[in-house]
Design a protein around this ligand. Structure first.
Ligand code: MN
Length: 161
């Protein structure tokens, strides 16, 4: 009788723990407003990043809109947008830096307006991931121009501040 009781107790605890795990995974997915999309495999990023495109430019909407998720340490290469870009930060912490200027800390809730033709990069910090929606308008002025990677030296420097 005692053994059955203990067995049942262990069984109940096991089921409870398994359910807790399932709930946690579900909650994490539920917190995502937009899907992470696909892992970036090109050489325009350093580290692990994910991109989900929402809008591709067409004859009515002259804009490219997508969601970018950076894991800690991940960042774009230096690059320029001939038509400018707006970032809406939806999660995490990271950096935005224009060439020749100090990096700016950016975090959830921040909006970054990037002027046309200005060389810059954006990405996560070394200890936090970062997710932003990237709106690139005026695609008629040209597509993104990719440049050199943000070196580990450059990246370590901004993470000190
Ligand atoms: Mn950009």
């Amino acid at each position: 009788m005692k053994h059955i009781l203990i067995f049942n107790l262990v069984a109940i605890l096991f089921v409870a723990c398994t359910n807790m795990k399932t709930e946690t995974a579900k909650d994490q997915n539920a917190e995502l407003i937009f899907p992470k999309g696909n892992k970036v495999t090109n050489n325009n990023f350093t580290g692990t990043a994910w991109v989900q495109m929402f809008v591709s430019p067409d004859s009515i909407y002259d804009a490219s809109i997508g969601n970018v998720t950076f894991e800690p340490n991940a960042r774009t290469n230096w690059h320029k947008h001939p038509g400018g870009q707006i970032l809406l930060v939806t999660e995490g912490k990271g950096f935005y830096q224009e060439k020749g200027k100090p990096a700016q800390h950016i975090q959830k809730g921040d909006i970054v307006k990037i002027p046309p033709g200005v060389e810059h990069w954006h990405g996560a910090s070394s200890s936090n991931g970062l997710t932003h929606i990237a709106i690139s308008p005026n695609i008629d002025k040209g597509n993104v121009e990719w440049l050199q990677p943000v070196t580990d030296e450059e990246y370590v420097e901004v993470n000190k501040n």
